[in-house]
Design a protein around this ligand. Sequence first.
Ligand SMILES: C[S@@+](CC[C@H](N)C(=O)[O-])C[C@H]1O[C@@H](n2cnc3c(N)ncnc32)[C@H](O)[C@@H]1O
Length: 215
Amino acid sequence: MAGRVRHLDPVYAVEPLEPTHHDHPMRTVTNEMAAGGEFAAADAEAVQTLFDSMAGEWHRHDVAERLIALEDALQRSDLPAGVLVELGAGTGIGTKVIARFRPVHAAIDLSAGMLAQAPPGLAPWTRADASQLPLADRSVDVLVLLNMLLFPAEVDRVLAPGGALVWVNTVGEATPIHLSPEAVVDAVPGEWVADASRAGAGIWCVARRAEVGQD
Ligand SMILES: C[S@@+](CC[C@H](N)C(=O)[O-])C[C@H]1O[C@@H](n2cnc3c(N)ncnc32)[C@H](O)[C@@H]1O
């Protein structure tokens, strides 16, 4: 479990926010899941209840400046063609951005309340648990996680050879569900290489499995 991260110069003005939310319950879960912890039925229930309760107000997060990092990641990365799946799509705030670049084959979320707020027709909205995805092994070319928990074993299982993992935190280190690019590539089994950058207050990282002999 190791990876190398190349930090690209930011294109957009950067004003990183103060790192916050160290003790936020979602940060604790984020770190536990990245470390390979079990996402038990009680965790799924708690996460679902939490986001169901916030779904009606989630449109407040739909702010253009907060989506700069996702847009920058999609613009500046040479992503493989093929099947793109978004995990933790919520109300589709990020899905709307992704869909401007390419089709979204599935937009997955655990919270029915969040999905109920998503724009109909934009993507196949799918209620499922990202810790046990209803996807075949090696069936996805691009996985996008915007402010979403990382389940390393499932990422490893469903990503096709040559596939890419796009990790974005809209407000960088102030995002409750935050991992650094280094933590992302270290979490996923195998050897990974990644490009990362900042855009606005956000951070992004696009990781791929390292090819044999790659420096
Ligand atoms: C912080 S919200 C982000 C939503 C959206 N990506 C955005 O940035 O507006 C995290 C989302 O991940 C979903 N989520 C958390 N754990 C999940 C899991 N195990 N499987 C699927 N979705 C999950 C939540 O329901 C929630 O909608």
